[in-house]
Design a protein around this ligand. Structure first.
Ligand code: TXE
Length: 461
């Protein structure tokens, strides 16, 4: 395939259920092929399920604290892993710690006292074979966040990364094997058809998905047919509100964090930046000043802070949206090859503009507002509810606004930080279920109630 023409070749060539197709993995910084592999058809998906089932049977007989060993290995190898992942995403250097920290989970049920000394208790038990279908923006981190609680809860796992980021999942499979968990984390490769084989497999107990809303709907339909629970982490177009009393420098930094991490390809980015009227000119100058200092280039170079977009058609799409906007701040690709775009700030935006509603890339839209009541109505006027943020020094206003924001994660005086102790997930059409935090065990286990009688049976007959 030539540079910049990566198109998912569906339907693939399946013979006898096995996939005969060879597909390429690309380096987005150059658009060149870095690896070629065989995609997974129905036969390979079934083999992965069988493998996971066998490993699950063995593990369910052990106490299973190997996931802690996996966390240790990721921590030890974090520089090498971050380098491979940085090929996809510059931010991987910052995120690698949250990948091993995600393992620190524990399972606990409840003890419930009943009359006459009888009692009940609940046990959290594994679901079985859990499937994960991943997106391309955080391939290693997302699968760590999902596989850590799934494996800590005693499940086995099959992961299908995005066809645009195929390599780093294999590193995690090696790490699990080294940690003494062979067969518990399996990787199958390629696109929608492979994903469907997985979701529809009768032995799969749960599907966890990160990606777009239309695909999320299909995943839910398939899960519904098998009565399988699903976790959906979908899109957002999140708001960040800057009140005039905020710390201007911190507000500027927060806006950059909210918009340009991973070249703006972050589901919870705060791209709708609402700035109170009296400071909008001054604040915009601060944001422009900070943005101009961002070094764009090869993500593997030490001083780079923003790398390339994931693929050429995506770059074209983002630039197309920018063209539509009245105020243009972006230029075309700066480097000879690869999918680069300079960070773009659009001012004088209105809520109904396409650039405010659509873009998944390094494009920030600045909107002006007058009052708290007005801004709350406008920020919540969206089908999505993944995240939202507010910058203010007024502590009461901060909590009042956070309570009214329709979003799964609300940031006060910061944005896009992801401590693994805190649950992450969406409201509204941004999905349901949670990653991270102790609550994740709820999503990778099923409850069993045990009822213990301490007296004699009082028969109703
Ligand atoms: O997502 P898809 P894509 C948003 C962002 C982006 C858009 C499209 O706006 O521009 O989604 O990205 C697999 N059955 N996000 O095309 O199609 C697919 O192979 C089973 C937000 O990557 O949703 C891939 O592994 N699986 C997002 C995964 O689903 C199917 C991050 C996601 O693909 C399938 C990335 C099917 N029918 C993009 N069809 C976020 N939430 O962070 C596709 N797949």
């Amino acid at each position: 395939m030539s540079t910049g023409t990566f198109v998912e070749t569906q339907p693939l060539n399946y013979r006898g259920g096995a996939c005969m197709e060879l597909v390429d993995a690309f380096k987005p910084a150059t658009g060149r092929v870095i690896a070629t592999f065989t995609c997974s058809g129905e036969k390979e998906v079934s083999l992965a399920v069988e493998n996971a089932k066998a490993a699950f049977e063995i593990r369910s007989k052990k106490c299973g604290m190997e996931h802690c060993q996996a966390a240790r290995i990721i921590k030890q190898q974090k520089d090498e892993t971050a380098t491979v992942e940085t090929i996809n995403n510059w931010q991987a250097r910052l995120d690698i710690d949250t990948c091993w920290q995600a393992w620190l989970q524990s399972m606990a049920g409840e003890h419930i006292q009943l009359p006459e000394g009888s009692f009940g208790y609940t046990r959290k038990e594994p679901l079985g074979m859990c499937v994960e279908i991943g997106a391309w923006n955080y391939p290693f981190q997302i699968t760590c966040w999902k596989s850590a609680p799934a494996l800590a809860c005693g499940n086995a796992r099959i992961f299908k990364p995005s066809p645009f980021t195929t390599v780093s999942a294999l590193l995690l499979a090696e790490i699990y094997t080294q940690a003494g968990m062979p067969g518990l984390f399996n990787v199958v490769q390629y696109g929608a058809a492979t994903g469907q084989f997985l979701c529809q497999h009768q032995d799969v107990a749960k599907v966890s998905f990160t990606g777009s809303v239309p695909t999320g709907m299909k995943i839910m339909e398939m899960s519904a047919k098998g009565i399988k629970p699903a976790t959906l982490e979908l899109e957002g177009k999140s708001p960040l509100t800057i009140f005039s009393d905020c710390n201007m420098e911190n507000g500027g930094k927060g806006v950059l964090m909210a918009n340009f991490l991973t070249q703006g390809q972050v589901c919870c980015n705060g791209t709708r930046v609402f700035v109170q009227k009296e400071i909008i000119d001054k604040f915009t100058k601060e944001v422009v000043k900070q943005t101009q200092k961002i070094k764009l280039g090869d993500p593997l170079l030490e001083d780079t802070r923003i790398g390339q977009l994931i693929k050429h058609p995506h770059l074209e799409r983002v630039l197309g949206f920018v063209k539509l906007a009245k105020e243009q701040g972006a230029s075309g690709p700066k480097l000879k090859e690869g999918y680069y775009m300079t960070p773009c700030i659009l001012t004088n935006c209105r809520d109904d503009m396409t650039c405010v509603r659509e873009i998944f890339g390094p494009v920030m839209s600045i909107l002006s507002f007058d009052t708290e009541a007005e801004v709350l109505e406008r920020v919540n006027d969206t089908i999505f509810g993944l995240a939202a943020g507010v910058f203010t020094r007024d502590i009461q206003r901060a909590h009042r606004v956070a309570a009214k924001l329709q979003a799964g994660t609300c940031y006060i005086n910061n944005y896009n930080v992801f401590p693994v102790e805190l649950p992450f997930g969406g409201h509204k059409k941004s999905g349901f279920g949670r990653e991270n935090g102790q609550v994740t065990t709820e999503y990778y286990s099923q409850l069993k109630t045990v009822c213990m009688e301490m007296g004699n049976v009082e028969s109703g007959f």
